[in-house]
Design a protein around this ligand. Structure first.
Ligand SMILES: Cc1cc2nc3c(=O)[nH]c(=O)nc-3n(C[C@H](O)[C@H](O)[C@H](O)COP(=O)(O)OP(=O)(O)OC[C@H]3O[C@@H](n4cnc5c(N)ncnc54)[C@H](O)[C@@H]3O)c2cc1C
Length: 584
């Protein structure tokens, strides 16, 4: 028997919970299912450290936030979406405080903000350096207030159910029983987060395997701007654990093996002329945008300025001059992580860091309401591409994005479900049976096979880092793409040894790898087709931005012949493309 709700949300992170609350507040008679493969408080949102951007101070304006975001995106973000985003952001942040989020304060009691990379004015709200933890907590406890919200925790969604060209629910594996359940609804919202795990070194939690993007892609929905992968310049070597940008926002500096502040040698953008003395432009350097800082690291490495470690080449992030008192007050988590995972105390010793994959700008193609091309299917959060991030997301915009577009998608999906209450239940139930059979046949009961999940995953990681990393070329992307096709073929010969139905982690790892192989190929093929350099996508064989041909979003579609790439116009409302410049 299927379960029936008005709306199913897949994902209990910031976007998913914000969407659920939006629906409950708009129409309490609608029943909402939140299906999540982990308990909501274990979603990756909990790991966010630095903060969330929204205009609040008198020296700031919506226009400045808009400009920073569009410039940061290298003009690939949709300007109507960004205008809406910056306007709604402050309301959402204040609302979250009313739900219990303890924003850090100034001595006078007003909300404190800190500088963040690529933001020319300080506008990043924070709760010490555990912002995501506090935000998710506030959202989770608020969601518990609403009885129409039902949680299905430790349920792994595997398929979007489509009937009569309408999305009408999902099939999900109950990890405790191994049974595939069908959860039917008039609308589905994908809030499944990012896909950093397609790369070897990442700040992303183990669950960030892009399942929602994979499900939408298989259902025929386009994945937008998948070539844009954000590297964060300061991850710990080995683990990839993030040392938040807040460490640089508070005054931390990056030094090379000689103790030299090497960023001054790199062009992080043409210096801005300061014409308005009331709006001085902050010096960028360490607070330059993430793509430029990660690229400068690679060039410094090539010049021999980095330090070799077992976890690869590193530079040092030095916060010693901030002093123990400030570090303990504003960066306690940085100190804790550095002690536990790098074995050093940053009060006395600089922290070794290297660029690590952090965020995927691309995702499920949606419009400004979170709607996809498939009626009844919506998406929000990191899994979606609205797009406000374009070719390079600015740090601290994405936590705010969860609130703004999680809320919007919730409202839109509620309206759609209300207007489309009738479902093809019998046909959907049969699809659920088919899905159970597929999982039994291809995984749990699969006989023979010699390929190990870990081997295929490792080879996928290596080829992604090699060909689709910080710098790319036609030849390297082609090699990566061919390798991924080979890995897909070898996946058919997978060896499965665990036949159990209860919390079978071999099964979930296989399902995740299945999605990741699809997404990795979409990244490589989208990157191959974009013969220009923009934001995080740097082609050494095409070093210039090419607005004449590529001021457009890429769309990757899954076909039986491989990936088909299409394009879609970028929405420009008020700021035509210019050179991307940062003050120094
Ligand atoms: C270490 C770190 C620090 C960060 N710091 C900041 C910061 O300071 N500021 C900022 O703006 N951004 C930051 N980011 C980025 C930001 O935190 C994320 O983009 C954002 O939290 C993603 O939220 P989400 O709701 O889209 O997804 P997530 O929080 O990742 O949640 C995804 C949900 O989907 C569920 N799910 C996934 N697949 C399935 C499936 N198959 N079936 C069922 N459920 C599924 C999971 O269980 C989970 O509940 C940071 C990211 C990282 C990794």
């Amino acid at each position: 028997m299927s379960l029936r709700h008005d709306i199913v949300i897949v994902g209990g992170g910031g976007a998913g919970l914000r969407a659920a609350i939006a629906i409950a507040e708009t129409n309490p008679s609608l029943s909402v299912a939140v299906v999540s493969k982990v308990y909501p408080m274990r979603s990756h949102t909990v790991a966010a450290e630095g903060g969330a951007a929204a205009v609040i101070k008198d020296n700031d304006s919506l226009d400045e936030h808009f400009k920073d975001t569009i410039g940061g995106s290298d003009w690939l973000a949709d300007q109507d979406a960004v205008e809406f985003f910056v306007k709604t952001a402050p309301e959402e942040m204040i609302q979250l405080e009313h739900w219990g989020c303890p924003w850090s304060r100034e001595p006078d009691g007003s909300v404190a903000v800190r500088p963040f990379g690529g933001m020319k004015i300080e506008r990043t709200w924070f709760a010490a350096d555990k912002t995501g933890f506090h935000m998710l907590h506030a959202l989770y406890q608020t969601s518990l207030k609403y009885s129409p919200i039902t949680s299905y925790n430790e349920w792994f969604a595997t398929k979007i159910l489509v009937e009569n060209n309408r999305c009408q629910g999902v099939a999900a594996l109950d990890l405790r029983t191994g049974k595939v359940e069908t959860v039917l609804a008039g609308a589905v919202i994908m809030c499944t987060g990012g896909a950093g795990k397609i790369f070897p070194f990442t700040t992303n939690g183990a669950i960030k395997t892009g399942d929602g993007m994979g499900m939408a892609y298989r259902a025929g929905v386009g994945l937008k701007d998948m070539e844009f992968i954000q590297y964060h310049p300061t991850g710990l070597p080995g683990t990839g654990i993030l040392i938040t940008e807040a460490a640089r926002g508070e005054g931390g500096i990056l030094i090379n093996k000689d103790g030299y502040r090497y960023l001054q040698d790199y062009d992080l953008g043409t210096p801005l002329e300061i014409t308005d003395p009331d709006h001085p432009v902050k010096k960028s350097m360490e607070l330059g945008p993430r793509d430029r800082l990660s690229q400068a690291f690679m060039r410094e490495r090539d010049k021999g300025g980095t330090i070799s470690t077992d976890g690869g080449p590193v530079v040092h992030l030095d916060i010693r001059h901030l002093g123990e008192k400030l570090i303990d007050k504003k960066l306690p988590f940085v100190r804790e992580l550095a002690k536990n995972y790098a074995g050093i105390d940053p009060v006395h010793t600089p922290i070794p860091v290297r660029p690590v994959v952090h965020y995927i700008m691309g995702g499920i193609d949606t419009d400004i309401n979170g709607a996809t091309q498939l009626p009844g299917l919506y998406a929000a959060g990191e899994t979606a591409c609205v797009s406000i991030n374009g070719a390079n997301r600015l740090g601290s915009n994405s936590l705010t994005e969860l609130l703004v577009f999680g809320g919007v998608a919730g409202h839109a999906a509620a309206e759609f479900a209300t207007n489309n209450p009738d479902l093809d239940e019998a046909a959907l139930e049969l699809q659920g049976v088919d899905e159970q059979q597929r999982i039994a046949r291809d995984f749990i009961n699969k006989q023979g096979g010699t390929e190990r999940i870990a081997t295929l995953r490792k080879e996928m990681h290596e080829t992604m880092e090699e060909g689709a990393g910080i710098y790319r070329t036609d030849a390297a992307l082609r090699t990566t793409s061919e390798k991924l096709v080979e890995l897909r073929e070898r996946f058919a010969n997978l060896l499965i040894e665990d036949r159990s139905l209860t919390f079978n982690t071999e099964l979930t790892s296989a399902l995740e790898l299945d999605f990741m192989l699809d997404l990795a190929l979409a990244v490589a093929e989208s990157g191959l087709a974009r013969t220009e350099s923009r934001g995080s996508h740097q082609r050494t064989d095409y070093p210039e931005r090419d607005d004449a041909n590529f001021l457009k979003h890429s769309l990757a579609f899954k076909t039986i012949d491989g990936v088909r790439i299409d394009y879609k116009d970028v929405v420009i409302t008020k700021w035509p493309p210019e050179e991307r410049v940062y003050g120094r």
